[in-house]
Design a protein around this ligand. Sequence first.
Ligand SMILES: Cc1ncc(COP(=O)(O)O)c(C=O)c1O
Length: 408
Amino acid sequence: MTTDTSPPTLPFAARADKLVGSVIDSSTSLLAAQSHDIVRFAMGSPAAEAIPTEILAEIGAKAIGAASPDAFDYAATEGDMPLRLALLEALEGTSDETTLERITITSGGMQGLDLAFKIFLDPGDLVVVESPTYTNGSATALSYEGDLLEVPVDDDGMVVESLPELVERAGRPPKVIYTVPTFQNPSGATLSLARRERLLELTRQWGSVLIDDDPYGMLRFAGSEVPTLHELAAGDPQVYSVRTFSKIVAPGLRVGWLDTDPSLQPLLINAKQAMDTCTNLPAQRLLTGFLTGGHLEAHLATQRAEYRVRKEAMQQALTEHFEGVARWTDPEGGFFLWMTFESGVDTEALFEVALAEGVAFIPGNAFSPGRHFPHALRMCFASTPPDRIREGLARLRSAVDKLAGTSR
Ligand SMILES: Cc1ncc(COP(=O)(O)O)c(C=O)c1O
């Protein structure tokens, strides 16, 4: 049988053409198809050793085993009540402390983002995004036909001071402002307190919705805490907070939560019912057991300590191989570090060479709809142990030299 790879002539909707995918997510299948050894700095996954598999297996045997067939039923669309209650308790005393009626369980953070753009965005609406920004967030806004306005990021996160002028030039206020405020994906930068406050002021002034997408905030390993936008907003309905268990427990569970004004929940439920009816119940039960068993705090403490070691290993190796050739950020938590070549290396071309050398990263342009970062790249330090990080950066240096035709 021959395989026809030409596009089928089917009656596609106009929107099918506007659907935007994710270079990051596609790297998972690309890497899975490689048979040689690759140091993987590409995906934003927690360390494999950091996934609490034994605890989850033990909980699974009890909470979703033969004795609990109801764990395989449909669940309430807003989330399984035991998980919502356990989450409420786990967040008590943190900057994400909340109330039951504000919580909606989602199928990962991505569904929280999709729901936001679905209920707030009409085609052509202005959406402020950071530059660089999280690819899947901007892809979702683009798929709903938002008009994206990229706002620069520096070491203190989005340059909020530049927003009024950029918005004025755009000629209309943003309907949605999308930020990843803490240990940003991809730059690792954290939005300062002063900028958080100013961003909230502007959100109110413009009548916008502020999407506060903060999956890494609990993974601080240096510096001092900054209150979440959720806490600073103090119940302001204009702030829509997206959270996930993907980075703090395990991404394959596909469970996250939204913390929004309670008045939004009926809308979120309607939208979610047309997507997936409810979030996977066995996964919710696993997380309920994890939270009620009191495992989260110790687990986070272990992760923070390990990620600090890994970030430092990556920075040392960067200094060894790239001093004077590139600069890089110094995140105080989270998963990512952002590297920019001073010498104009094309990181999309580098990707191919690096893959052959046995190291993978995500090229900078994947994080900017306007492709403003041809000489930058994102690396995840969290998923790779220090000795492999050193190996990966030696391979990256050799790839850079090969690309330049100056193999050393
Ligand atoms: C900023 C940000 N938001 C949302 C997500 C998506 O989270 P999830 O895997 O839970 O859908 C990610 C994952 O990389 C992320 O980095």
